[in-house]
Ligand binder design. Structure first.
Ligand code: 5AD
Ligand code: SF4
Length: 504
């Protein structure tokens, strides 16, 4: 619509009620509002998104940026931008604290640039206490929305721009002076839950050659420590035809690697009109021409099927990597965590996967200090870590989340005990990872080249199918390509390599 002469007023018919048509209407409307403002300021408007948390949030931020760019904002790194959006996480308490810490700084920027808009979205905003606190203590925030309505960003921005314009005009008329204050009416739109999935909205990908693809939203598992089911809502799967359509489009756009995303991909498809298993979906994704690598995240051990192991074992595209969160090695604690598997079942599952997919890299998440965890329970965790031989593990100190069953459990473990266990676990994980990560040393493996090395510009950085990082001499023309690399030397968590001729 570049060069269109339509004015905002001419466009102001009743917006369509149905999605995605409604958002397409608001994207055009917001684009005109942004253009009007940018003409007035004599420069383009800038935006900056700061993403906290997991891969789901990272993917949501790509969608949010897609919308902002469509309506005319230009992305910049600096948070001194015209529109700053924090996509927040609340899985652990320190994620919340980081956001509050940064908000003060944003307030200072806004005092300097009163036209600035500050928006907050993501998991933290689904918590009522958080929104109340922001309303009370951070009144310069302009917009709050949640996890269920990110597709509405254009409509919300349009609303904010409208109300700000009206407010500024009426204040100016009343006082006869230009507005200097940095507080405006806060727009809040947080939904408790939804069964709606809005397709076909713009997305701005971080990498041209790889992309996340949501296959499902929400979680029904209610692990007793976890806040995710309360802030991301009930599990709902996208239709396979929509997923395949998106992946075909990505492939024709140059994407060679997709990461299928869901809180628990192994329960994909259960709520579809025509149910489909996750393994069945993988078989369909494999058929898409141009896609060379398929990853997925996250797999709950309780739902990991024999069918999935079989599909992984027989596939030339599914990566040799599985992230399989253990959380604890103690069957007693696992029961308290509501995980629905025992230590023995986890060990058996890991052994079956390793036997079926030789050389596979297993990674995991572990929580230390869940309420009631004894030294014996902790030793069981160390035992599983040793016996499975994880390539790496994200280790977390248990964080009490209000509203979860574990928050009400007695016998919270003292901080110093948790810290001491955490350090022991970290050491064990690092030692084992150094032992297993070198398994491909002195072999030639395919590397997907991702970027120029941060520290040495003559080196390129990429990843093996099993997700291990490789650095090797090369040039930028290799970015996005799959190239054979001889893995000369293992340095613990990564390899130094040398590109070799030919294809694998
Ligand atoms: N405290 C600590 N870690 C947690 N996780 C989820 N909830 C909590 C909590 N309350 C961890 C789990 C999960 C990962 C994404 O975050 O290990 O797999
Ligand atoms: Fe949280 Fe458990 Fe759902 Fe993962 S599976 S998001 S840990 S409730």
């Amino acid at each position: 619509m570049e060069g269109s002469r339509t004015t905002i007023e001419e466009r102001d018919m009743t917006p369509p009620a149905m999605e995605p048509e409604r958002q397409q209407y608001f994207m055009e409307r917001a684009r005109l509002q942004v253009k009007e403002l940018s003409d007035r300021l004599g420069r383009p408007l800038t935006c900056c998104i700061n993403t906290f948390g997991c891969q789901m949030n990272a993917r949501d931020s790509e969608k949010l940026l897609g919308i902002l760019e469509t309506i005319g904002y230009r992305a910049v790194e600096s948070e001194e931008a015209d529109f700053v959006l924090y996509n927040t996480c609340t899985v652990r308490e320190n994620a919340n604290l980081r956001v509050y810490g940064r908000l003060g700084q944003l307030g200072a920027y806004k005092k300097k640039h009163p036209q600035m808009m500050i928006a907050l979205c993501g998991c933290m905003m689904q918590e009522k206490e958080v929104v109340d606190k922001i309303k009370k203590s951070y009144r310069y925030v302009d917009l709050i929305f949640g996890t269920h309505n990110i597709f509405k960003l254009a409509e919300l921005v349009s609303l904010c721009l409208d109300s700000r314009k009206k407010e500024d005009e009426s204040r100016k008329a009343a006082e006869g002076t230009p507005v200097k204050g940095h507080k405006h009416k806060m727009v809040i739109d947080v939904w408790e839950d939804t069964d709606q999935i809005v397709e076909d909205l713009p997305v701005e990908r971080k990498y041209p050659f790889k992309s996340g693809v949501n296959i499902m939203f929400g979680c029904n598992n209610f692990c007793s420590y976890c806040i995710v089911p309360y802030v991301r809502g009930r599990e709902r799967s996208r239709k396979p035809e929509e997923i395949i359509k998106e992946i075909r489009r990505l492939a024709s756009d140059g994407v060679v690697e997709v990461m299928l995303l869901g809180q628990n991909v192994n329960s994909y498809g259960k709520n579809l009109e025509t149910p489909m298993t996750f393994a069945g979906l993988l078989r369909e994704v494999e058929k898409v021409d141009g896609i060379r690598r398929i990853r997925f995240m996250t797999s709950h051990p309780k739902d990991l099927s024999d069918e999935l192991i079989e599909v992984m074992a027989g596939s030339g595209k599914i990566c040799r990597h599985l992230h399989l969160p253990l959380q604890s090695g103690s069957s007693r604690i696992l029961k308290e965590m509501n995980r629905h598997y025992t230590k023995e079942q986890f060990l058996d599952l890991a052994a079956r996967i390793k036997a079926a997919v030789p050389g596979i890299s297993l990674t995991t998440d572990i929580i230390v200090g869940f309420p009631g965890e004894t030294e014996e329970d902790f030793l069981e965790t160390l035992d599983v870590v040793r016996r499975v031989g994880f390539d790496s593990a994200f280790t977390f100190i248990y964080s009490k989340r209000t509203g979860t069953p574990a928050a009400a459990m007695e016998d919270q473990v003292p901080e110093d005990v948790v810290k001491e266990r955490f350090d022991r676990l970290l050491k064990e994980v690092q030692d084992i990872s150094a032992e297993v990560c070198c398994r491909d040393e002195h072999t030639v493996q395919e590397v997907l080249v991702e970027e120029v090395n941060d520290h040495s510009p003559e080196l390129m950085t990429g990843r093996l199918s099993n997700n291990t990082v490789v650095h090797f001499p090369g040039d930028v023309s290799l970015i996005g390509k799959l190239v054979p690399v001889y893995l000369e030397e293992s340095r613990g968590f990564y390899y130094m390599g040398k590109q070799v001729d030919g294809a694998l």
